[in-house]
Design a protein around this ligand. Sequence first.
Ligand code: BYC
Length: 313
Amino acid sequence: METINLEDLFEAKLAKNEMIEPKDWMPENYRKHLIRQISQHAHSEIVGMLPEGNWITRAPSLRAKLILLAKVQDEGGHGLYLYTAAESLGITREEMLDALLTGKAKYSSIFNYPTLSWADVGAIGWLVDGAAIMNQVMLQRSSYGPYSRAMVRICKEESFHQRQGYEIMTQLSFGTSEQKEMAQDALNRWWYPTLMMFGPPDVESPNSENAIKWRIKRETNDQLRQRFINQTAIQVEYLGLVAPDKNLKWNEKKQGYDYSDPDWNEFKSVIKGNGICNKDRLLSRNNSHKNGEWVREAAIAFGKKQEQESKAA
Ligand code: BYC
């Protein structure tokens, strides 16, 4: 009888661009890599609710408040799809939440910067969601089925978020001189942290090689960063704003913009927990978790009651 080598089967699926599904055999390192990335991604969505959530009560109109409320709620939903995708790899929700709440887990560096004005809400939608989409469109073709499918839905919602942010930036940039100043100030503060979202330069990215080999990522950190800059530089110009980078210039030869790197020491410091808001974000998440205890207890009690009733029927 012919014996099937599971590793060969896995490699053959990747070569044929087929998805790997939860019940398929997979190398242990592939599983660990995905748990790391998907759980960090989920945490980013959940912590990412905080900077914008901070402006829900101060949105400048009822329309703006409704849209922002829906956006922040969407981010919560994204976190839940992603935790579920990670659970399909054998880690529990409790383990992931524990890692987040004790500060052991990473989440996107971008959410450790403060939202000082309403223009920051615009800059987050425009730049931060714009960068997230650039990355996530690629992840829709990731090799792990549940991750890839979660990305399809998330990308649809993120496009709406990006337009919400760009609309705010348009209103401010073409508004009064004070409003335009607010928009410029937000761009100045969010530009480089947004570039950091794509991760360290390729030469300093320990996870990229395996991620590309296993088709978890289809493009590298630098490739996506460059594409984001090419797209966004034109929007900056349209808004009549100026990017805080005097080296940002179209380069005919490479058919892309030249740009200055962010301060990678600042990036390292933020992901080590020393950003402006790291401590505050962790405290907020811990408080929410504690305050939500009664909801979790009530949900479990309700589930048990329903189970008993269906058994009795
Ligand atoms: N922040 O080898 P590398 C959103 C870490 S939220 C923090 O290049 P990789 C939204 C990296 O984890 C969307 N840490 O890693 C929500 C690694 O550390 P470990 C967030 C970072 O995985 C609310 C080390 O640095 N999107 O849309 O190949 C409101 C070396 O990096 C960061 C995702 O999570 C960072 N920026 O590439 C609005 C996308 N960058 O784990 C919007 C999914 C790197 O070895 N994730 N690190 O200890 C990815 O695509 C990849 O994980 C990354 C990094 C591109 C982020």
